[in-house]
Design a binder for this molecule. Structure first.
Ligand code: GAL
Length: 868
């Protein structure tokens, strides 16, 4: 399928990122150079990595090759005798019931959703089990002098990896990145090398939300030279960023000292000195500076380290508003031969938390306006994908969100790259539990044996990211209420501090009483994170004097996109009440919650209340809303068939709920005027109409051209507040329109119209996360429309999809929390008039046509051109 790409991947040296589909011309040059190098190495009897044909210099720099394509996969029992020993049988894994898959891969997501699945609806009601992955690859003699490793960005969970029958290791943690050295067991003579990965997600429940199953993040084959830069031990950070008062500029500028701690491992062929060249480029690839250090090479087996400082002036500073990144390159040479080369994006920024004024970024007081995110990619389950992640972050960025909490585990590394480049502040979280469990088979069972290694690996992997501003050692950890919490907190904080002193460490806690909270009592935290409990915010500075605070988790409001129930004004409805089953049956039987911001889990509150509490308290550095996006699992307040959360500001398909515009009106610089609900009601019905707006001092509502009066926020009307205005309007078929005025001048208009039955489909194409790289996706949002082109909000259709052209249908999602049809089905219903179709192009540039059919819908054929 991807033959050209596969050739490409075997040949190209990867310093960053993935492969484009096209074989570019410099690859051909690199093939020639390599052939020459191999020839030369044969002549002079050396195994060279690559050799410049003109200068004869050797290049041993690290190669990182994506190993995602063409794995064989099987879920359930396997004939392990054949799998491990019968190489000829494994030449045709399909005969043993294996199927071909590309990674990242989540086998649970194809379902079925079933009440009987042991994860329960808290875990998404999807199956777990044991899965086997098999992959073979060859290496050449040319590789035999290199240090060859396999690196997994993450496997959910309890993985074991074998190479050519030898167990390389096992890793229970489902979110951590890890690697194994392969050399002792590799064949370099052209024989196949056989990798087997066993993934055990059979013990359920092991999480409070859906985590997927399988090798759900990227896999890399890494080839390092004999002496190489140890990337996880090396680090680079900037300090003492000084920010001159230069507000007249359109961007912040400053000076910084760049600290470098470089670790070289392996064997140096000679004791000739090493030259270490640091080069810094700006975002336009202009060279900013260059610095050369020297290091005497040690003989084999000795670790070489270099600590150096580099003062830099006139830097553009990084911030969420202007995520300016430089590129730092480190080249290590010995007598002109390239020992290793490493590149890293780096931003310069200065931040500090303050016990009275919250948070400062680059000298400016800044509120952290964040959301919590689980790693959930809709129809892909937990299989990490660049385009899916990009789409989520883009939606949040447009909302005005400037921070992400990686609830409650280390994320895929690609997410952090995107946070660096798109501009998000990150709270990087390690654990949802320590020794005390939250679900029967969770990580608490492995904590004792693995927490040191897991936490250290996380910090070493992530500390190079500009976006990360704090480390969270745990979420709502039960040891808060046990004296062991003191010891464990001190131990975990010390582990982090030994590897990174540039960022504060916090824990996201619930106990606000200082005598009862053992994590706080440890005295080891730099930053106090509190979840919920907004009515106790004012007691925090009294209970924990001189501490810095962050609202590490807030809200937990509940909404289903597009569902409107006229709740009593001024009353928040807390759920669940009574038993969940009783509650669900008593209300509506369709497992939905109203999308007015009036409903919350009983430990939470509305979006407006939670934001007010943080906004008005300067000592609270900011908020992380639970959650940015709906995820599979934890469908409070309902039992099965509900199978995904109601907490998101955005639904699981990536379609925004109304409350998105509340945040946008408060958090962003975009002009907002949003009206809810839709305008399809029964005659005479009294409808609660809400309007979110900003950048205006007055709004006026019109029904079929007749003014229903001018209003502004917090003007004392019942049901209004400083965040929205509302009216109760007797329904009349037609158009409801709102006009925003600034100083008497109309500046913006929004309207909703009564729609009749759906007759066609409108498609919006989102290609913003498509780079032309294997695995990239295209998102198509479908909206049902009536004859007049009005959006239909309340009359759904089962649609039939198929695709012609250079693309494959990946899945369809409508965001409805109790939808039990598989995302991979070719027939899928809209929810409140909408659904999202996810398509994977198979070339870097081309086109496909999405064909859509449905009852009463004129058949649609939508052509999409993709690629540049
Ligand atoms: C919090 C918890 C989150 C999520 C949320 C739902 O207490 O930290 O993981 O469960 O509740 O309201």
């Amino acid at each position: 399928m991807f033959s050209r790409l596969q050739i490409d991947m075997h040949l190209k040296k990867v310093l960053y990122g993935r492969q484009r589909f096209t074989l570019q011309s410099w690859h051909s040059r690199s093939i020639c150079l390599r052939l020459l190098a191999i020839l030369l190495s044969g002549i002079i009897g050396l195994h060279l990595s690559s050799c410049d044909a003109v200068t004869g210099k050797v290049d041993y720099s690290t190669e990182k090759v994506l190993l995602d394509s063409n794995w064989a996969f099987h879920v359930g029992a396997v004939d392990s005798l054949k799998l491990f020993n019968d190489t000829s049988a494994m030449d045709k894994p399909e005969n043993l019931g294996f199927q071909q898959v590309d990674l990242p891969h989540d086998w649970s997501i194809t379902g079925p959703f079933d009440k009987g699945n042991p994860a329960g609806n808290q875990g998404g009601a999807l199956p777990g089990g044991i899965g086997w992955y098999f992959k073979s690859f060859t290496l050449t003699e040319n590789d035999s002098l290199k240090n060859i490793c396999i690196a997994f960005d993450g496997i959910y969970r309890k993985s074991k990896v074998w190479l050519n029958g030898h167990l390389l290791g096992e890793r229970p943690n489902g979110f951590i990145s890890f690697e194994y050295t392969l050399n002792p067991y590799l064949n370099f003579d052209g024989r196949q090398n056989r990798l087997i990965v066993r993934v055990d997600n059979s013990e359920q429940p092991n999480s409070r939300w859906y985590c997927g199953s399988g090798i759900n993040r990227d896999v890399w084959l890494i080839k390092r030279g004999p002496l190489y830069i140890n990337q996880s031990e090396s680090y680079f950070y900037s300090s003492t960023v000084s920010i001159p008062n230069n507000r007249q500029r359109e961007y912040a500028q400053g000076s910084a000292t760049l600290h470098q701690h470089l670790v070289l491992n392996g064997a140096s062929a000679t004791v000739k000195p090493l030259e270490i060249k640091l080069t810094l480029w700006d975002a336009l690839q202009h060279k900013v500076g260059e610095k050369v250090e020297r290091l005497s090479a040690q003989n084999s087996g000795v670790i070489n380290t270099l600590d150096a400082e580099w003062p830099l002036n006139n830097l553009r500073l990084w911030s969420p508003a202007q995520p300016y990144l430089y590129t730092l390159q480190i080249e290590v040479t010995q007598e002109g031969n390239m020992v290793d080369r490493y590149r890293q994006k780096i931003g310069f920024r200065h931040f500090r938390f303050d016990s009275q004024n919250g948070f400062y970024l680059n000298g400016e007081s800044t509120k952290i306006k964040g959301v919590c995110l689980h790693s959930d990619f809709g129809v892909l389950g937990t299989a990490y994908n660049y385009s899916a992640m990009h789409r989520q972050l883009k939606l949040l960025k447009e909302m005005g969100c400037n921070a992400i909490r990686t609830a409650h585990n280390p994320p895929a590394p690609g997410m952090l790259d995107l946070c660096d480049s798109m501009g998000f502040l990150v709270m990087d979280e390690a654990f949802d539990m320590w020794e005390k469990k939250k679900t029967k088979f969770d990580y608490s069972r492995d904590f004792k044996a693995w927490h040191r290694k897991d936490l250290e690996d996380q910090i070493k992997r992530d500390r190079r990211h500009t976006s990360i501003i704090c480390w969270s050692i745990g979420n709502e950890i039960r040891e808060q209420f046990d004296t062991s919490g003191i010891r464990l907190t001190r131990e975990l904080v010390a582990l982090v501090k030994a590897l990174d002193t540039t960022r504060p460490v916090l824990s996201a806690m619930t106990e606000t009483h200082p005598d009862k909270n053992n994590i706080a009592k440890s005295g080891a935290l730099d930053l106090m994170g509190f979840n919920y409990k907004i009515d106790q915010y004012d007691s925090l500075p009294i209970n924990f004097p001189n501490s810095c605070f962050i609202a590490s988790e807030t809200v937990s409001a509940l909404e289903t996109r597009g569902v409107y129930k006229n709740e009593p004004k001024d009353t928040i409805v807390y759920m669940p009440v009574g038993s969940q089953q009783k509650f669900a049956n008593n209300t509506n039987g369709d497992w939905t919650v109203s999308a007015y911001d009036k409903v919350a889990a009983y430990w939470g509150t509305t979006h407006e209340n939670a934001w007010r509490a943080v906004k008005n308290r300067p000592f609270i550095a900011g908020t992380f809303v639970w959650t940015g996006i709906d995820y599979l699992g934890e469908p409070v307040p309902f039992p099965f068939p509900a199978r995904s959360s109601y907490y998101g500001i955005i639904d699981q398909a990536g379609l925004v709920k109304d409350v998105y515009y509340f945040y946008q009106s408060e958090w962003s610089d975009s002009a907002v005027l949003h009206l809810l609900p839709h305008w399809n009601w029964g005659k005479g019905q009294h409808v609660d109409v809400w309007c979110y707006y900003n950048q205006a001092d007055m709004v006026e509502l019109f029904l079929n051209g007749k003014s229903l009066g001018k209003r502004h926020k917090a003007d004392g009307q019942k049901g209004d507040n400083e965040f929205h205005v509302s009216w109760q309007v007797p329904f009349l078929l037609g158009t409801l329109k709102v006009v925003a005025y600034q100083k008497g001048k109309a500046v913006k208009t929004t309207e909703v119209k009564t729609a009749s039955a759906p007759s066609r489909v409108k498609v919006d194409v989102d290609l913003s996360g498509f780079r032309g790289v294997s695995g990239d996706l295209c998102y198509l949002t479908l909206q049902l429309e009536d004859e007049q082109g009005n959006s239909v909000p309340d009359n759904d259709r089962l649609l039939q999809f198929d695709i012609n052209g250079q693309a494959k249908l990946v899945g369809i999602n409508n965001g409805y929390q109790a939808e039990l049809r598989s995302f991979q089905s070719e027939q899928y219903p809209t929810w409140k008039g909408k659904c999202v179709v996810v398509v994977r192009p198979e070339t870097a540039k081309g086109s496909f046509t999405l064909n859509v059919k449905g009852q009463g819908i004129s058949t649609g054929a939508f052509k999409v051109n993709f690629g540049k």
